[in-house]
Design a protein around this ligand. Structure first.
Ligand code: HEM
Length: 221
């Protein structure tokens, strides 16, 4: 790959195939075509709790990091919204039911590892989730509201609603500009792009384990 292109272009191109695989995974397809019940959506949301707990656990420290700092923004923080959604979907005992699938635990552990000692790796995980949530996440929100009769932009789908981002397209443009400013040299670019593919694959692994638990035959709608 020509590593002289802007980094935002490189990361998008490098992960295009993995994005397709994640988007067209069996679990996502079954979920978004109404073949799974709301309990599958609840279980998926619970997995996201572990991912965002890992992404947001060290926000305060990372906010002052030269590499990761420009990406850590309070308007992106999702954990409180996820907790409101889980309380709505699972009821008052949601915390007792909260368990991570093995793929989710591995994914969260990898995010924490990067947060601890590789800020550029952390940025890649940050990009993979938050820019995705601001893009395809909006498709998921609309579908979930209709399928399971959830209040529009309310409890159950708050995770997908970025109250503090009035113009997502402009926000994404600025985010990509910040990606292009990352001071990465040749070998580090390759390493970071490998991590980006890994980040997407870890999402697909999570979807595979969710599909093993929730299939059209096993679900009530
Ligand atoms: C049903 C599932 C999904 C749909 C329908 C979907 C759809 C989309 C769409 C329409 C875009 C906008 C591209 C643009 O801005 O021009 C996008 C971007 C993106 N998606 Fe997804 N996506 C899905 C799943 C995922 C997953 C599982 C991930 C990773 C966890 C992900 C990560 C991303 C990222 C990082 C971007 C930003 C790409 C860039 O502009 O650099 N998406 N997605």
């Amino acid at each position: 790959m020509d590593t002289s292109a802007p980094f935002s272009t490189l990361i998008r191109a490098a992960t295009e195939q993995q994005h397709n695989e994640a988007e067209h995974s069996t679990f996502m397809r079954d979920l978004l075509t109404g073949q799974l019940g709301v309990e599958a959506f609840y279980r998926y949301t619970a997995q996201l709790w572990f991912v965002y707990a890992a992404l947001e656990k060290h926000s305060a420290a990372l906010a002052s990091d030269a590499i990761a700092g420009p990406f850590v923004k309070p308007e992106l923080a999702r954990l409180a919204s996820l907790e409101a959604d889980l309380a709505h979907l699972g009821g008052e005992n949601w915390r007792d039911e909260l368990t991570a699938l093995p793929a989710t635990a591995a994914y969260a552990a990898r995010i924490e590892e990067c947060a601890g000692d590789w800020p550029a790796g952390y940025v890649v995980h940050h990009y993979t989730r938050y820019l995705g949530d601001l893009s395809g996440g909006q498709v998921i929100r609309g579908t979930a509201e209709k399928l399971w009769n959830l209040p529009k932009k309310g409890d159950g789908v708050r995770f997908y609603v970025f109250e503090g981002i009035a113009n997502p397209a402009a926000f994404k443009r600025e985010y990509r500009a910040a990606l292009d400013q990352l001071p990465l040299d040749g070998p580090e670019v390759d390493r970071v792009l490998d991590e980006a593919r890994r980040a997407f694959t870890m999402n697909t692994d999570m979807f595979r384990e969710l599909a093993a638990e929730h299939s059209p035959a096993s679900s009530r709608t």
